[in-house]
Design a protein around this ligand. Structure first.
Ligand SMILES: [Zn+2]
Length: 455
């Protein structure tokens, strides 16, 4: 049994998939006009934990994440410029080059954080037809209207608009002093935007309404339904998506198909970055590369994030990251010293599973692991089993250290072999390889010299 907090019902509920042991999971992906900030990465880590827990509990997960490469404007209110065109001007590259470059950057970050890759990464620009079809359907059902700059969704036509965010119409009217142009209601949003006249956009397409590009929200509705059907099981994302993006995804999908978009909606909280501490570093835009350049391991950042529950705000400071790096190294160190296998003890795995299936209580799970490590009641086998959820590469780190802390005799052989190779003394090098192999090591030649791994 897995308990998950559903933003839609505001309750912790037992998760029940629509189909047997299969789970359809949709997560909103990055807008690829810039590097991801470490705060953005928190949401992807939360989704990774969710996915790992589901897999661990025997579910088969189909995980779809979109790549927003068009249509996300600099403001949530459908004004401002397209983020992709903005990135293009900033870097004097085409919008397509920008999208390609920052998609790669994002994938590198998530791989460094040991985030399991989605089953599909559909791009918005590859699904223009699906988006146009969805808008056509909404038009046919009377949910759209036209203004000078685009086709808009009329939120007043949907009685339960805003249910995810619990938006109340009186609050919205009170806030309506802001300029909203030709829109009929403050919450109405663009489905299709026209290319400005006299201006050639890099990314634009023909549509029944005129040359232009899709609004940001429509891509998620179109692609989620295409790959997962409607409704599907879980829709996830950062908490900042609740009031506008996810609210509008729900509105347009439910209006189009008269059924709910997703059963469970899950959101991760913000990462807070302490302004004063950041000022010292002279840079407020912290990426994973920033951390790596400062000597941190990406997995230290993963460990740092695991220490906070996904529904609680987490404060990032350099001190906290240093503590996480120390904590992680201590965990590796402890793992090396644990016995390979103790007599079977079901209590510990049961307690760990209880934490992780209780709305992904990873902080509780980690505390439990540390308690067991200190009491010497956990073995390597159990810890590696738990690491399927933690994703901290514990197995690799147990092995690597072994290779590093070599007996002196072995270290000498490695050095002798490196010297032999430098002198192109291949016979001697081969002889030393055999000797190392007899001592139980596999020998690999690398640019840095001889590398050995215990067999
Ligand atoms: Zn989305």
């Amino acid at each position: 049994m897995i308990l998950l907090y559903n933003t839609l019902t505001k309750k912790i509920e037992e998760f029940k998939p629509l189909k047997n042991k299969k789970v359809g999971l949709y997560a909103c992906g990055p807008t690829v006009y810039h590097h991801a900030h470490i705060g953005n990465l928190r949401a992807y880590l939360f989704e990774d934990i969710l996915k790992r827990v589901l897999i661990h509990q025997g579910f088969k997960v189909k995980h779809i994440m979109n790549i927003t490469d068009v249509g996300h404007l600099t403001s949530n209110g459908d004004t401002g410029e397209d983020k992709m065109e903005k990135g293009s001007r900033r870097e004097k590259k085409s919008a397509w080059e920008i999208a390609k470059f920052y998609t790669q950057s994002f994938l590198k970050d998530t791989a460094n954080l040991n985030i399991l890759p989605p089953d599909k990464l559909p791009r918005a620009t590859d699904h223009i037809k699906e988006q146009i079809n969805l808008i056509k359907l909404l038009e046919k059902k009377g949910f759209t209207y036209r203004t000078a700059d685009g086709i808009y969704f009329d939120t007043s036509k949907l009685p339960d608009y805003g249910k995810l965010a619990r938006l109340r119409s009186q609050d919205l009217k009170a806030g309506a002093r802001v300029e909203f142009g030709e829109k009929k209601n403050i919450t109405d949003f663009a489905l299709w935007k026209f290319s400005p006249s006299g201006e050639k956009r890099q990314m634009e397409w023909k549509s029944p309404w005129g040359l232009g590009f899709p609004g940001w929200h429509i891509e998620c509705s179109a692609m989620a339904t295409k790959y997962l059907g409607q409704p599907f099981d879980i829709h996830a994302g950062g908490i900042d998506h609740i009031p506008v993006h996810h609210t509008n995804e729900i509105a347009q999908s439910e209006a189009a198909f008269d059924k709910s978009l997703a059963n469970v909606w899950m959101h991760s909280e913000f990462l807070l970055i302490s302004e004063t501490k950041m000022a010292k570093s002279g840079d407020n835009f912290i990426t994973l590369t920033t951390l790596i350049e400062k000597g941190f391991s990406p997995l230290a950042y993963r460990y740092f994030l695991l220490q906070g529950h996904y529904r609680k705000q987490l404060n990032f400071t350099w001190e906290a990251l240093e503590a996480a790096q120390t904590g992680l190294e201590r965990l590796y160190e402890a793992a090396r010293r644990l016995p390979k296998k103790l007599p079977e003890n079901k209590t510990l795995p049961e307690a760990f599973h209880k934490h992780i299936t209780n709305d992904l209580d990873l902080p509780g799970g980690l505390a439990l692991i540390w308690k067991a490590v200190n009491e010497k009641t956990i073995d390597q086998k159990t810890l590696l089993h738990f690491d399927e959820i933690l994703g901290l590469d514990i197995k690799k780190n147990i092995k690597e250290k072994k290779a590093a802390a070599l007996p002196l005799e072995i270290e000498k052989l490695v050095k002798q072999r490196d010297t032999a190779r430098e002198n192109k003394n291949w016979d001697e090098s081969d002889r030393l390889r055999q000797e190392l192999e007899q001592h139980g090591y596999s020998v690999i030649d690398t640019k840095e010299g001889t590398k050995i791994i215990e067999k």
